[in-house]
Design a protein around this ligand. Structure first.
Ligand code: AMP
Ligand code: ZN
Ligand code: ZN
Length: 400
């Protein structure tokens, strides 16, 4: 017995100081919306080039399907595919006809739409303080399900305010200071849609965002936290120009059959009001199938992980890259789009990471966005949810 007690005391003596002496890391997760993988290869991003030398960079960052904003920000922060975390599109309806829409400030705050556990929830359970200067899903009503500090989304918030905001958080007294912070910039998505992926406007936006990365790193250095803050810079999806002859009007193909339709440029879901019309509508679309693919929900290829969710309609139409689906009249005139097949390289984004936890000058191939949640858990050495689609073994090698 004496021997056992002394062994126990020995173990306790050695374990507790080790735990106490290991400070929590800091992670700043920055999302550049719609920043396609090749935008960092245009010779106009010196600050990202610097991170290539000083940290980790990936050839590309693969989104989950469909390659749109809310589904993918949730995939990044929960480690789950959209069909599993619940946000299958930027807007959709549940079985009671209630609508989720990214621009609906009430809907985005309702925790019932979010089925996954965001990293900030996992972190809070583990006594890690978190903050968000925007991230889809960060504004929910339920205090335990959102970051400790968060901001209500303002599309026109000046860049300077966002940067000042995160620096102020990092300057808080230690016991109030967040260790995990998200930051979001919409600019490359907005300008990409408006002017296309080869425009002077997109190039200058890329250069501006790159310079902001430089400013953020400088400001972090000025407050003496350069060595402790790990920075991850990634994007939710890429972008692809639409051909001039690329508009496909689904309503013209279906005709006058009464249907509920969820229509966006790359993906259109159709639910005929009368179940008997499902086959008829499918056959019409199948007969005219050109520059798009049509599937019954159950037949959507498994590699898209987009069939096991009650909110997906019975018929799913997915445009080929370069084409744009409309339903009836459309006044939305973007010249470039995303949402398409997430395996297509045009839909891929960027991944860069720098800081004490990451290897240096380490270049890797394509990473998957559902692997970020387990990566964050690994960095903070906390147990995450096990019911995720991400896999730490596909990404752990980025860490020292
Ligand atoms: P999309 O290009 O349609 O996939 O969506 C991009 C748009 O999502 C951006 O232009 C933003 O206006 C919007 N957005 C991004 N994050 C948020 C947020 N946290 N809350 C509300 N809207 C957001
Ligand atoms: Zn986006
Ligand atoms: Zn967009």
């Amino acid at each position: 017995m004496k021997k056992i007690i002394s062994v126990l005391l020995f173990v306790l003596f050695w374990i507790s100081p080790i735990k106490a002496s290991e400070p929590q890391p800091y992670v700043l997760l920055i999302s550049l919306d719609g920043f396609r993988w090749d935008y960092a290869e245009r010779g106009i991003t010196p600050n990202l080039d610097k991170i290539k030398q000083e940290g980790v960079s990936a050839l590309s960052f693969k989104p989950s399907f469909p390659s749109v904003t809310f589904p993918n920000h949730l995939s990044i922060i929960t480690g789950m595919y959209p069909q599993n975390h619940g946000l299958i599109l930027n807007f959709f309806e549940n079985l009671y006809g209630e609508r989720y829409r990214l621009s609906d400030t009430n809907a985005v705050k309702n925790p019932a739409w979010y089925w996954g556990e965001a990293f900030w929830e996992t972190a809070r359970r583990n006594k890690i303080i978190t903050a968000s200067y925007y991230w889809p899903g960060s504004e929910v009503w339920d205090e335990n399900r959102r970051p400790n500090y968060y901001k209500a989304y303002n599309h026109n918030e000046p860049h300077e305010n966002k940067i000042n905001g995160i620096i102020e958080w990092l300057k808080l007294p230690y016991n109030e200071r967040p260790h995990f912070i998200t930051l979001y910039f919409h600019d490359t998505d907005s300008e990409g849609h408006k002017h296309g992926t080869n425009s002077p406007q997109i190039d200058s936006t890329i250069a501006v965002l790159d310079s902001l990365i430089g400013v953020i790193r400088q400001r972090i250095e000025l407050i003496g936290m350069k060595d402790s803050v790990n920075i991850i810079i990634l994007s939710d999806h890429g972008m692809s120009n639409i051909r001039e002859d690329g508009i496909i009007n689904i309503k013209e193909i279906i005709g006058e059959i009464d249907c509920d339709v969820n229509s966006s440029s790359a993906i259109t879901m159709i639910k005929p009001k009368n179940e008997k019309d499902i086959e008829l509508v499918f056959n019409k679309l199948k007969k005219a199938e050109q520059n798009y693919k049509v599937y019954y929900k159950k037949d959507v290829p498994a590699y898209w992980n987009f069939s096991r969710n009650p909110y997906i309609y019975p018929i799913v139409v997915i445009a080929d890259v370069g084409y744009k689906l409309i339903y009836g009249k459309s006044t939305y005139n973007a010249v470039a789009e995303h949402g398409y097949d997430s395996h297509h390289i045009d839909m891929h984004g960027i991944f860069f990471a720098v800081g004490s936890k990451f290897k240096k000058n380490y270049r890797v191939g394509t990473l998957e966005n559902v692997d970020i949640y387990p990566l964050l858990c690994e960095i903070f050495k906390i147990d995450g949810r096990s019911n995720i689609d991400g896999n730490i073994n596909r990404i752990k090698y980025l860490l020292k």
